[in-house]
Design a binder for this molecule. Structure first.
Ligand code: GTP
Ligand code: MG
Length: 471
């Protein structure tokens, strides 16, 4: 896996061997990608809080440096801005804003290789290449294997779910007024696209937060905002005339342009050649909302993971041709924001995610990838405290609420024993999940100035993902 590369000044990095890991950070919107990438860089630049990263524990990790990224077409990930926000360097600490565009970062690690290599006496460099992107775009990947009719059929199937149907009513009503042989019309297409987009936003923002929202760029358009390829909507397959000049044909062409011009390049740039992948999932909000929300999240994650199936018969390898080599060797499923739960609940929290992705994990294991599931907090915003209420001692987490104010304690209640409908409904109905969002930890207090932020399990995650490459 080693290859000779040039350093930031365009020189060969001395006699050092350089290796490369393309780390795929995969997660739906708000799953914690940007915070994870920021924490990862922060900790590798200053690895004082990474005891479980073996190279660090053995004193072999010498230095880390942000260097120019390999892809000149993609903007650089603004690590400094995200780091400054979380650390409150320009005022109060807050989380970085939601991501609206693609960006990339290269972090180079200088380390002393282990054992066999040590006798050669020289250091080596591992380049870690990471992309950040809006989580909404991830759900476009399954569209790569669906034609317009298949995608439309699935969209209507999902739309008719109990809790979604009322949200789709304005779109469905408008659709009823459209004739089967409707000729292609910009006005009709624009109206349907606008209503379908409003339905997606309503699903995202509803009390039962839904995750399976396609097309992702209807929610976060990026540079394609306003383009005709974003002006389409699903049509009921059997009910429309697909002939020349028809509305169906117009929508179908735009759907195809969306896939070819936006989704395929996104996949090829970010995901087609990964060495390691972390799948970040924020399960807590969905557990709170109940079975429908968890089921929808499970569908979204399972469909997305299907795009990364290993093996020569995977649909993406056939789609992208011989250049595509599936090579994800490490696959980590991480249940994020574990700092909302006391430590003794972390194993169960990671276990629920493991259950949700069991099938995808089995396939990856079978195809030879190393897989693991765990709970992590990229940034630990809370501390644990026992609070006595009505004579009962409750294990809580305490932290500063996101809007500011005095620290508060939150009781996490009990996680569902399993992802069965009955267990999920019972856990959600018990209403025990706290809905408090915590601000990043204050600089004075939990963290000394200049020190990297506290985390939970980030070093374990890093050891799994890049530990072997640093061996
Ligand atoms: N307490 C806590 N909150 C977190 C942590 N990571 C993320 N969050 C919260 O989750 C929110 C979303 O995190 P991001 O990293 O922005 O999520 P993202 O996956 O980049 O989201 P998009 O950019 O919309 O795709 C943050 O604004 C925080 O409120 C964590 O480790 N601990
Ligand atoms: Mg983000």
């Amino acid at each position: 896996m080693f290859e000779a590369l040039f350093d930031s000044a365009g020189r060969m990095a001395g006699d050092l061997m350089e290796g490369r890991i393309r780390l795929g950070v995969t997660g739906l919107s708000r799953s914690g990608k940007t915070v994870f990438i920021t924490a990862l860089v922060d900790h590798l630049l200053n690895p004082s809080r990474l005891p479980l990263l073996t190279a660090r524990a053995e004193g072999r990790l010498h230095a880390a440096l942000l260097r120019p990224q390999p892809d000149p077409q993609v903007p650089r990930f603004d690590y400094e801005a995200a780091h400054a926000a979380i650390n409150g360097l320009s005022g109060t600490a807050g989380w970085p804003p939601g991501t609206t565009r693609l960006s990339e970062l290269r972090l180079s690690l200088r380390y002393r290789p282990h054992a066999l290599w040590r006798q050669w006496g020289s250091d080596a460099v591992l380049n870690l290449d990471i992309y950040d992107y809006p989580g909404e775009w991830l759900l476009d990947l399954p569209m790569l294997r669906q034609n317009f009719a298949d995608w439309s059929a699935q969209a209507f199937h999902i739309m008719h779910g109990n809790q979604r149907r009322p949200l789709a009513a304005p779109f469905l009503e408008a659709l009823q007024t459209v004739e089967a042989a409707e000729p292609a019309s910009e006005a009709v297409a624009a109206d349907l696209a606008r209503r379908y987009t409003a339905y997606l936003f309503a699903c995202r923002d509803s009390e039962t937060p839904f995750s399976h929202l396609q097309p992702g760029r209807f929610l976060v358009p990026g540079e394609a905002e306003g383009a005709p390829m974003l002006t389409f909507a699903p049509l009921i397959p059997a009910a429309f005339d697909p002939g020349r000049g028809s509305l169906w044909r117009l929508m179908e062409e735009r759907y195809e342009a969306y896939r070819a011009r936006l989704v395929k390049p996104f996949f090829e740039t970010v995901f087609s050649r990964l060495d390691a992948q972390i799948v970040l999932v924020d399960l807590l909000d969905h557990l709170k909302a109940g079975p429908a929300s968890v089921r929808d999240l499970g569908l979204a994650i399972t469909e997305t993971l299907d795009c990364f199936r290993h093996g020569s018969n995977s649909f993406l390898s056939s789609l992208l041709g011989p250049l595509w080599r599936p090579r994800v060797e490490k696959l980590l499923f991480a249940a994020t924001k574990a700092d909302h739960l006391p430590r003794d609940m972390h194993a169960a929290y990671g276990g629920l995610l493991a259950a949700m992705v069991a099938e995808a994990r089995r396939k990856a294991d079978f195809n030879g990838a190393a897989t693991a599931a765990m709970a992590i907090a990229s940034v630990r915003a809370t501390q644990e405290a026992d609070v006595t209420r009505d004579g009962e001692v409750l294990r809580c987490v305490t932290g500063t609420p996101l809007g500011g104010g005095a620290p508060v304690a939150a009781f996490a209640g009990a996680l569902p024993a399993s992802l069965s409908e009955a267990d999920l409904a019972a856990a959600s109905a018990a209403g025990q999940f706290s809905s408090i969002s915590f601000a990043p930890p204050p600089r004075a207090g939990l963290v000394a100035p200049g020190e990297p932020l506290p985390h939970l399990g980030l070093d374990r995650a890093l050891q799994f993902l890049i530990g072997e490459a640093l061996a």
